[in-house]
Design a protein around this ligand. Structure first.
Ligand code: FAD
Length: 454
């Protein structure tokens, strides 16, 4: 009897990890991965230019709960893992035409004590007094709240806008008033009353940043996953066009041909998944359509090192609604500070990440126009010389933005897929939001598929 076949649609980190884990659990499985682009990795895109290694998409994964780090060890990359540089870990926030340091030791922008806020100029005296009211306010918690609702109620508008929004809004690209608190700040799920008191009770994380990345760049993970799978199991540059049932299995149509499989893994962005499932599973397709990935753009600019000295900080966060030209900018990374050793000695590299409100406004603009806008925005913050070179990268389905009710929606989606038999959904929309979540979700999905195949 021939071994069961599993077809994985999408060669981002989620699809590649699922395929790798399937083969690791059951080496006899016939696993094939289909990727629409010619490059693997999805959002993971590493630039190697002029002796520099710069991430255009994600630049590190969270080392909690540990699945991503474990995967790197399995792939032989464990010894290369780095944390961002501790000495420059301090982050600045753009504020009134300048930059001010974010107070040390905040938890997602929230204070662990009132004194932590005493000296920051990111809050007015009134803003600090309002934040301290968290200690005394009665509990008014309701189910299914947004991050913005909780933070605004406990700490007031200034902490929400000047401390929490730049951090969380930058990571998730969304509006704090829409983001699901249960996903973004799960440590507060059962907290009633003061968040400061709750934070003060939790041990302060030790050991520096919880973020990790292979020294040579995240594309090393993609390459190693692809190698472990083998070239003959990967079809690149071919997009799935539709999905249909084929007896107890699935049939995927590609241009002028079809592929049959006993089990199917959907590891595409949710919009693509919705379109693929529209006929075969309209209810699931509709559920997939409720997940949001926001467009993102990054611009990397390299300068002669002797012409630009960066502040001693890993970068700058920009609050939503900052005046133009900062408007769509979410974060600036000083790459030589955050990842020393990744930038050639003669260069200084700055990365600007944008969260455009609409992909249609930004994605079609020329690289030159986008780079010019980025430099104009960066000049508000830094005295920039002319760059040696710039690179622009576009992510139409970029940053996962889990909105209120996300956890239930994701569980219902997974359950609906399971009920169809032999269909799994993985990736940033349902497992994310970051690489660590995608890797964990993919590993769990692979175990469930293997169990299901018997
Ligand atoms: C600018 C930016 C910065 C980020 N920073 C971080 C960070 O620092 N840390 C972190 O943890 N996370 C970060 N993220 C989030 C992280 O990148 C994502 O969570 C993760 O990469 C998503 O992986 P995925 O496999 O689910 O999806 P993707 O990477 O989107 O992969 C999906 C793949 O499916 C393919 N596909 C689509 N349609 C089809 C089809 N019809 N047939 C076949 N293939 C198809 C696509 O081409 C793509 O390759 C960042 C994201 C962005 C955009």
């Amino acid at each position: 009897m021939s071994p069961p076949t599993v077809l994985v649609l999408g060669g981002g980190i989620a699809g590649l990890t699922t395929a790798h884990a399937l083969r690791a659990l059951r080496p006899d499985l016939d696993v094939v991965l289909l990727e629409a682009r010619t490059e693997l990795g999805g959002n993971v895109r590493t630039l190697h230019r002029d002796g520099c290694t710069v991430e255009l998409g994600p630049d590190a994964f969270l080392n909690r709960p540990g699945d991503a780090e474990a995967l790197c060890h399995t792939l032989g990359l464990g010894a290369t893992l780095l944390a961002p540089d501790g000495a420059s870990a301090g982050v600045m926030v753009a504020h009134r035409g300048g930059m001010l340091p974010l107070p040390d030791g905040l938890a997602l922008g929230m204070p662990r004590s009132v004194t932590q806020l005493a000296s920051t100029r990111l809050l007015s005296p009134l803003g600090k007094a309002r934040a301290a009211m968290d200690l005394f306010l009665p509990d008014a918690r309701v189910a299914d709240e947004s991050v913005g609702a909780i933070v605004g109620r406990r700490f007031g508008r200034e902490v929400k806008h000047n401390l929490v929004e730049p951090l969380i809004g930058g990571i998730y690209g969304g509006d704090l008033d829409e983001l699901d608190a249960a996903v973004v700040m799960p440590m507060f799920a059962n907290v009633r009353g003061s968040l400061i008191r709750a934070l003060a009770r939790t041990p302060r994380p030790t050991g520096g940043s919880p973020m990790r990345a292979p020294g040579g760049g995240l594309d090393g993970v993609v390459r190693a996953l692809a190698e472990s799978l083998g070239d003959d199991r990967i079809i690149r540059g071919v997009a799935a066009r539709s999905i249909a049932r084929n007896g107890r299995g699935w049939r995927v149509t590609v241009d002028g041909a079809h592929l049959d499989a006993d089990a199917l893994v959907l590891a595409t962005p949710p919009d693509a998944g919705r379109a693929l499932l529209e006929t075969a599973a309209p209810a699931l397709a509709e559920q997939l359509g409720t997940f949001r990935l926001r467009p993102a753009l990054t611009v990397v600019a390299a300068f002669a090192r002797d012409e630009l000295t960066l502040p001693r900080s890993s970068g700058v966060l920009i609050p939503r609604g900052a005046p133009e030209p900062l408007g769509a900018l979410s974060a600036v990374t000083f790459v030589d500070r955050k990842w020393p050793g990744r930038v050639a000695e003669h260069l200084t590299v700055v990365r600007a990440a944008f969260r455009p409100a609409s992909a249609a406004d930004w994605i079609p603009r020329s690289d030159d126009a986008i780079a010019a806008h980025a430099l104009e925005a960066l000049r508000v913050l830094l005295a920039l010389p002319a760059p040696r070179w710039t690179e622009v990268e576009r992510f139409e389905a970029g940053t996962p933005s889990p909105t209120v009710g996300h956890i239930d929606r994701a569980a219902r989606c997974r359950e609906a897929a399971r009920a169809l038999g032999g269909l799994s959904i993985v990736g940033a929309a349902v497992d994310g939001p970051g690489l660590a979540g995608c890797i964990r979700g993919a590993t769990q999905a692979a175990a469930a598929i293997v169990a299901g195949l018997g």
